[in-house]
Design a protein around this ligand. Structure first.
Ligand SMILES: Cc1cc2nc3c(=O)[nH]c(=O)nc-3n(C[C@H](O)[C@H](O)[C@H](O)COP(=O)(O)OP(=O)(O)OC[C@H]3O[C@@H](n4cnc5c(N)ncnc54)[C@H](O)[C@@H]3O)c2cc1C
Length: 638
């Protein structure tokens, strides 16, 4: 056999986690090899053609702020953009885009191909080379061996994937693509725990066979915000989605297939995503509901293919079709692909450190769906963290860990590592206790300097962030200094239901009123020197308003975050013997020994570890504050 090719980092899998990991590692200077089963499927969206959404949109902005690629690819391939939750507070505003599926994947591939230090190869990794507890490389199905100082596994839904449609089943990682067999057993032999999860996808239909005249149109928002801080706007040529509903007749047809459902018949063992139930699950669990919404989402500009959001199913194909044909607008629908369910192996994430390096094998990192998450954005967020930390590991540098008060990325990874998960995990704004700090509009202020210091975020990104920060300071000063007269503003104030003013009033005082939208107020008052200030596509007046309106909350949250950070400074030594601390409750001892928290903050969030247990640990760890061990040291090759 020829000598193994040597890289610094090997990324296994080119989905959303793998793409972000490979890009980050290569941008940071590591010679990186991305091996994926098919290079035609890089960045492929397995399920709905959309990026972002509640909590997920924030993740995309954070990935972008750090210098990642998901936001750029989503902006370039977006066909419809919206800001979700606009009627609620800015803490939960969440950008979402409908994307052209093929364009998105093409953009990801092109971004990867133009990344220096990154090589790609189509192949399937079947084995890992591990020596003395440290990963040294991979072996592929076609007999090639590659060596590296770190390996990042991002194999998504492919490990021993089984696809189910009614009573039929077949091995596969996604419809039309084979499963990845072998790696699970290799990792089990190294002592890893594995589990089985399940997810599902709806049928795809031919848009030419849909009667749109009877459906409700859902247009995009004009002048919507892009994801990337590098984008100046999004396409104004947006495509509509369409809304229709199931009804009792549709439910009746679906029920005729329940006896052949792989889920109800117990052929699927793995747990599915609680927040993304199949249509059969919905009508079974919510039997009193006589209709469910279905969104018809176009898959792209150059295809008629339509994704039936809300109709995820693994019932027999003929049942899927008959039920769809009872839905308004779909009476003559032609099915392009049936819905299906997929079961796959994952690694319960308590086996990871915060860096996403595995605790069992040094230099081996896991990211994405293999860690029990669901969603492109969750996968990409882990990918960028694993990419960064694989480089840190090789350089013998401190791992990069984001706190819960700093980023949704930190919330996601802390939830996974500290609590583990036994069902597909997705991010929500409600998972973040400091969400007013983690807004989609300030991800660059929170993260870009860090991304730049790591060599990941470029200079343009950094300069844009600085320009926004300076413009924000100037805007806040202008709001404090400048007043507006009653004649210019009272009509607007009356229109939003707040008391008119009798005397000129300073802008900062008006910004404090909950009903007031400063962008609209400045436009109504013809103060265009303030209302027109934008960097990228975002109104700086709006940003200033949020900071002014929520100042009290922001301060309180910052205080809380600092207190939590102090718990995180109590590091737990790797060999700490929890079982020997009899003062701890039995449950706490068991859970702590299993999860092996990195620090007291993590220990405090494990369910079953009480405040009393935390106090005991604090006493024991006081004075023994050890720094994280960094076992890397191979360095980056020239
Ligand atoms: C049927 C289905 C339905 C889904 N439904 C939803 C949903 O409703 N909502 C939602 O948020 N998410 C859903 N998802 C999940 C979403 O697709 C994933 O969360 C996301 O794609 C995970 O990204 P990833 O990078 O971890 O893995 P993937 O996108 O799965 O990518 C894995 C990549 O690794 C490659 N690979 C695997 N094994 C190897 C190997 N041994 N060697 C080389 N390459 C390998 C594969 O070829 C693939 O390119 C669904 C997924 C599927 C398949």
């Amino acid at each position: 056999m020829a000598a193994a090719e040597r890289y610094d980092i090997i990324v296994v899998g080119g989905g959303h986690a793998g793409a972000e990991a490979a890009h980050a590692a290569a941008r940071m200077g590591a010679r990186t090899l991305l091996i994926s089963m098919s290079l035609d499927a890089l960045g492929k969206m397995s399920c709905n053609p959309a990026i972002g959404g509640i909590g997920k949109g924030q993740l995309v902005r954070e990935i972008d702020a750090l210098g990642g690629i998901m936001g750029i690819a989503a902006d370039r391939s977006g066909i419809q953009f919206r800001m979700l939750n606009r009627s609620k507070g800015p803490a939960v505003w969440s950008p979402r885009a409908q994307n052209d599926r093929m364009e998105y994947a093409a953009e990801v591939r092109s971004l990867l191909e133009s990344t220096p230090n990154l090589r790609m190869r189509a192949d399937t990794v079947v084995d890992l080379v591990v020596e003395q507890g440290r990963v040294r490389g991979v072996v592929t199905l076609w007999g090639a061996e590659f060596t590296a100082g770190a390996v990042i596994l991002t194999s998504g839904t492919f490990l021993n994937g089984q696809i189910h449609v009614g009573e039929r089943r077949s091995g596969g990682g996604r419809m039309g693509e084979g499963a990845s067999v072998g790696l699970t057993a290799v990792l089990q032999a190294h002592g890893f725990e594995t589990g089985r999860l399940k997810t599902g996808t709806p049928p795809r239909i031919d848009g030419a066979s849909v009667d749109y005249s009877s459906l409700e149109e859902q247009p995009g928002e004009p002048h919507a915000s892009p994801f990337s801080y590098l984008s100046d706007g999004v396409t104004e040529n947006q495509v509509s989605c369409w809304l229709t509903y199931t009804d009792p007749a549709v439910h009746g047809i679906l029920r005729t297939g329940f006896d052949r459902s792989p889920m109800f018949a117990g052929r699927i063992q793995g747990r599915g995503p609680r927040y993304c139930p199949s249509i059969e699950d919905k009508i079974d669990r919510f039997a009193d509901r006589d209709r469910h919404q279905l969104f018809l989402e176009p898959e792209g500009r150059r295809t008629q293919e339509v994704y039936v959001n809300g109709f995820s199913t693994s019932l027999p194909e003929e049942v899927q079709l008959a039920a769809l044909r009872r839905v308004r607008g779909l009476e003559n629908v032609h099915l392009l692909r049936p819905g299906y369910a997929i079961e796959y192996d994952y690694f319960p994430p308590h086996q990871l450190k915060y860096s996403l390096e595995t605790k069992r094998i040094a230099g081996l990192f896991f990211a994405g769906q293999v860690n029990g998450t669901t969603g492109y954005e969750e996968a990409a967020a882990q990918g960028i963290v694993a990419g960064i930390n694989a480089v840190q590991f090789l350089q013998g540098a401190e791992p990069v860990v984001f706190r819960r008060s700093e980023a949704y990325i930190g919330v996601l990874i802390d939830d996974l590592v500290a609590k583990g998960t036994e069902e597909p995990y997705r991010v929500f704004t409600s998972r973040a206790e400091h969400r007013i700090l983690l807004r989609q509009d300030n991800a660059d202020f929170r993260l870009t300097e860090r991304g730049h210091a790591l060599g990941l975020a470029g200079t343009e990104r950094l300069n844009r962030m600085k320009a926004r920060r300076e413009a924000l300071v100037r805007m806040r000063e202008a709001f404090s200094r400048r007043s507006v007269s009653p004649e210019r503003v009272n009509a607007y104030l009356a229109s939003v239901g707040t008391t008119p003013i009798a005397e000129p009033e300073r802008l900062v005082r008006l910004a404090l009123r909950p009903q007031v939208d400063m962008q609209a107020l400045l436009e109504a008052a013809s103060m265009s020197d303030l209302s027109d200030v934008r960097i990228g596509s975002e109104s700086i007046a709006r940003l200033a308003e949020v900071e002014i309106k929520y100042e009290g909350y922001l301060e309180r949250e910052r205080d809380l975050a600092e207190r939590m950070a102090s718990l995180e400074s109590y590091r737990v030594p790797g060999d700490f013997d929890f079982t020997g601390v009899t003062a701890l409750s039995l449950e706490a001892r068991e859970k702590l020994a299993r999860i092996r928290p990195d620090h007291l903050g993590q220990a405090s969030r494990i369910s079953g570890v009480s405040p009393a247990d935390v106090s005991i640990l604090m006493v024991l760890l006081k004075g023994a504050r050890v720094s994280r061990e960094t076992p890397g040291g191979d360095g980056i090759t020239d």
